[in-house]
Design a protein around this ligand. Structure first.
Ligand SMILES: CC(C)(COP(=O)(O)OP(=O)(O)OC[C@H]1O[C@@H](n2cnc3c(N)ncnc32)[C@H](O)[C@@H]1OP(=O)(O)O)[C@@H](O)C(=O)NCCC(=O)NCCS
Length: 206
């Protein structure tokens, strides 16, 4: 497990510069001992999200990275195989970036980018095609102050910091809404066969 550090600059002159640990991939037992920040509610309630993190970390391929302030989880990123119903589950070498969330108390401090970058320092990422299917109905427009397409641009830039880039596809999950985005990073150890298979999967209705 590797550990990096990110910082939040002082919110006022009274508070010191705050140190945030970026750690992972963490094991289920490491997640269980920490508290969840009460505002980690983007996908589900914090206790349910903690349970989901424990479950993902227990999967053979699952990986969870945490952003932690003292004993509190303030953000996380997850990776796992695509769900069985998804088109991408038919490919043997795809890992899905399932979710990234930072508590609204800690956003815009660079923690999202720090988590992503730390996860992609793991050499195993180079063995996979890592993709993320960005559904706009999961986005926190209310807290962000951004419009839907501004939010899309923010995410494209965020994931771009870890080498993911947009790919066009006719996957109905993506085409269901014009703001949805597929982003992909092809690891350098991925075979030509697996690259070709992926290219062919992008458009099934040619
Ligand atoms: C998306 C999310 C993870 C970003 O986390 P974060 O820690 O705030 O991101 P960072 O601070 O690393 O910011 C990355 C870049 O996006 C920009 N950004 C982030 N939020 C922004 C906002 N609300 N308005 C404008 N720019 C924003 C930052 O300024 C930064 O750009 P820069 O490098 O030019 O400064 C966070 O907003 C979040 O948890 N959202 C809810 C869940 C979600 O939408 N997840 C993505 C789908 S799975």
């Amino acid at each position: 497990m590797s550990i990096a550090v990110a910082y939040r600059e002082p919110q006022s002159v009274i508070n010191p510069r705050e140190e945030v640990l970026i750690e992972g991939p963490v094991e289920a037992k490491d997640i269980r001992v920490f508290d969840m920040n009460s505002k980690l509610t983007n996908f589900r309630k914090p206790d349910q999200q903690k349970k989901a993190l424990v479950e993902i970390s227990s999967l053979p391929e699952g990986m969870v990275y945490l952003a932690r302030y003292r004993q509190e989880i303030i953000g996380y990123i997850t990776f796992h195989y695509p769900d069985g119903y998804s088109r991408w589950s038919k490919h043997p070498g795809i890992l899905e970036l399932g979710a990234i969330e930072i508590s609204p108390d800690w956003r815009k401090c660079g923690i999202g980018v720090a988590l992503l970058k730390e996860a992609f320092t793991n050499p195993v990422m180079d063995d996979y095609i890592v993709l993320t299917v960005e559904f706009c109905w999961h986005w926190d427009l209310d807290n962000s102050g951004l419009g839907m397409f501004e939010y899309q641009r923010m995410l494209t830039k965020l994931f771009g910091a870890a080498g993911l880039y947009r790919r066009a596809t006719d996957d109905p999950d993506i085409t269901e809404h014009p703001a949805n985005v597929l982003m992909v990073r092809v690891g350098e150890n991925v075979s030509q066969n697996d690259r070709d298979l992926f290219e062919n999967m992008l458009f099934e209705h040619k």
